[in-house]
Design a protein around this ligand. Structure first.
Ligand SMILES: [Zn+2]
Length: 188
C-alpha cells in the first residue's frame, strides 16, 4: 500500500533526522518496499563491463522499482564475436546478456547494452524504427545512439517489478534485435 506523497516525505525526513542523531537507521520507508535488486555480474563482460555499469545507472535513473547493482549474478553479461547480441531471459530480472563485439562496432554499444538489459527487465522488442524508443533496437539504424528508455518503456519496467505483476518476463531468448554487420561473413 502506498502512502500519500506527504507521508512519504515526512517518513524520509524522520529517517534522515534519526540518522543525523546517530540512531540506527531502519529501512522502513514504504516507497522502498517495492524496490527489487537486479544483481548483475560483469566478470565475463570484457570490454563491455563499463557499458554494463552505464546501462545499469541509466535503468536506475529512469525507474523507481528496481536497483541494478553488482551484488550477485542474477544477470550475467557476456560478449562474443559474431552471431548477434541477444538477451536470454530465465525470469524477470534474471538471465544473461551477450554482446556481439562486431555489432558493437557498428551500433552504439551502450544502446545495445541498455536495450538487451531491457529484455531482462521484461520489455519486448518494438521494431518501429524510432530512435527515441530503446526497444526499437537496430531498426533505428546505426546512426541512432540513444541509450535511454522512453518514459513509456521505463514505466512498463516499473509495472513489471511492481507488486501486481511479477510474471511479465517468461523464459525466452531475444535474438535478431540488431541486424548483422555487413562486414561479418557468417550469417545467422
Ligand atoms: Zn531486442
Amino acid at each position: 500500500m502506498r502512502l500519500p506523497r506527504l507521508s512519504r516525505i515526512l517518513a524520509t525526513l524522520a529517517a534522515t533526522t534519526l540518522a543525523a542523531l546517530g540512531a540506527v537507521a531502519v529501512d522502513s520507508a514504504p516507497a522502498s518496499a517495492a524496490v527489487r535488486n537486479v544483481c548483475y555480474n560483469t566478470s565475463q563482460a570484457g570490454p563491455f563491463a563499463t557499458y554494463a555499469n552505464q546501462a545499469a545507472a541509466i535503468w536506475n535513473n529512469y525507474t523507481n522499482n528496481i536497483n541494478m547493482a553488482q551484488c550477485g549474478s542474477n544477470l550475467m553479461i557476456y560478449y562474443t564475436y559474431g552471431g548477434g547480441s541477444y538477451a536470454q531471459v530465465s525470469s524477470l530480472g534474471n538471465g544473461r546478456v551477450v554482446i556481439d563485439y562486431y555489432q558493437a562496432q557498428q551500433y552504439s554499444p551502450l544502446r545495445i547494452m541498455t536495450h538487451e538489459i531491457g529484455h531482462i527487465l521484461g520489455l519486448p522488442d518494438n521494431y518501429n524504427g524510432n530512435c527515441a524508443i530503446l526497444m526499437s533496437g537496430g531498426s533505428a539504424g546505426t546512426s541512432c545512439t540513444n541509450p535511454y528508455p522512453s518514459s513509456t518503456e521505463a514505466a512498463q519496467v516499473d509495472r513489471n517489478f511492481g507488486f501486481a505483476a511479477r510474471s511479465a518476463a517468461t523464459p525466452r531468448v531475444f535474438t535478431g534485435s540488431w541486424p548483422a554487420p555487413a562486414t561479418v561473413g557468417a550469417q545467422r
